[in-house]
Design a protein around this ligand. Structure first.
Ligand code: NAI
Length: 342
């Protein structure tokens, strides 16, 4: 299969087309595998600066319904990959090495996300954009600014993927409670996606969980800095990829199901609050324009931001105060990168 072979010459895309931008990477490959295996997808388009023909050929032998197309930048590959796409998931960029924070990635990843989102604005302005590339706290504001400048910004369709924090919270809580199926407990994790900006709300878990007081600090810290465990264990070979692919797939699947009309789907995600119903109230309470909260998803994307802030306990309020401080700076940094380019 040559790059883009299945698509070249076609005037319209197949029904439900999802693009993975950064498809050859540590996250991109397993995420693409999960998407290829999903019966909800008609076409999976792979885009990366390297290796997509190989990844595409490999995935295309899997006997699931989704067609696979693969593109490189040459021969207008980005344009062909993005044109007519329904959803674009972006895990492109460099990952962390030991000793690095997510913010250290900004210098390289900010430009990568800016250029990919420009490509989306030009070729699939109506697509749902799911941003995985770190630092999410800043790359989502970058995406919003690019879309605004192109006059195609629909805040209901722009999502920062913070699902891995939720997945980690579910897993680490179950290690304490002994719950057999960790994912059966819903635990809101709100704020941002980096260190102390990540705020797990164990008091709002459903069904409720009992975390012994002497374990709460360590558990909270583990959710906030769980990514470091993986970076350290991989010892220079990158950050979370497999768990992130699982999390990214879970969120993408939720968006697809909601767009297809399934109701009652709620997932925490990092959104532009003033543009989402219910977001104004949360924006006022947090002072942050971008924030991850449980969002009800619907056919148009983010249907309603759910204000869980009024229900948090004193312990969580203290965590939130630190979150607001860090997050505000991360958001400004992203906006500044587009409004006053370096
Ligand atoms: P990786 O280095 O294995 O893969 C990144 C891929 O992006 C590579 O294949 C590379 O060729 C591609 N790429 C680079 N520039 C590109 C461009 N301009 N257009 C298209 N593709 C491009 O990295 P990995 O481990 O897959 O991580 C990717 C990103 O995801 C990193 O920024 C990482 O920090 C972030 N991440 C986010 C998480 C989250 O919870 N949101 C969790 C874990 C990682």
């Amino acid at each position: 299969m040559k790059a883009g072979e299945l698509f070249r010459g076609a005037k319209t895309r197949t029904d439900r087309c999802i693009v993975v931008a950064g498809a050859s990477g540590g996250i991109g490959q397993p995420l693409s595998l999960l998407l290829k295996a999903s019966p909800l997808i008609d076409e999976l388009a792979l885009y990366d600066v390297v290796n997509t023909p190989g990844v595409g050929a490999d995935l295309s032998h899997i006997s699931s319904p989704a067609k696979v197309t693969a593109f490189l930048p040459k021969e207008d590959g980005m344009k062909h990959a993005f044109t007519g796409a329904d959803i674009v998931v972006i895990p492109a960029g460099i990952p962390r090495k030991p000793g690095m924070t997510r913010d250290d990635l900004f210098k390289i990843n900010a430009g990568i996300v800016r250029d990919l989102v420009k490509g989306c604005a030009e070729n699939c302005p109506n697509a749902y954009l799911l941003i995985i590339s770190n630092p999410v706290n800043s790359t989502v504001p970058i995406a919003a600014e690019v879309l605004k400048a192109a006059k195609v910004f629909d805040p209901k369709k722009l999502f920062g993927v913070t699902t891995l924090d939720v997945v980690r919270a579910e897993t680490f809580v179950a290690e304490i409670t002994g719950q057999k199926n960790p994912a059966a407990t819903t635990i809101p994790v709100i704020g941002g996606h980096s260190g102390e900006t990540i705020v797990p709300l164990f008091s709002l878990a459903k069904p409720s969980v009992n975390i012994p007081a002497d374990k709460l600090d360590a558990l909270t810290n583990r959710v906030q800095f769980g990514g470091d465990e993986v970076v350290k264990a991989k010892d220079g070979a990158g950050s979370a990829t497999l768990s992130m692919a699982y999390a990214g797939f879970r969120f993408a699947e939720n968006v697809i199901k909601a767009v297809k009309g399934e109701s009652g789907i709620v997932a925490p995600t990092y959104v532009y609050l003033p543009g989402v119903d219910g977001g104004d109230e949360i924006q006022k309470a947090t002072g942050c324009d971008f924030f991850s909260v449980p969002v009800e998803l619907g056919p148009g994307g983010a249907k309603k931001a759910i204000n869980v802030l009024k229900d948090v306990n004193d312990y969580e309020k203290k965590l939130l105060a630190k979150c607001y401080e860090g997050l505000t700076g991360n958001i400004s940094k992203g906006i500044e990168f587009i409004q006053n380019p370096p």
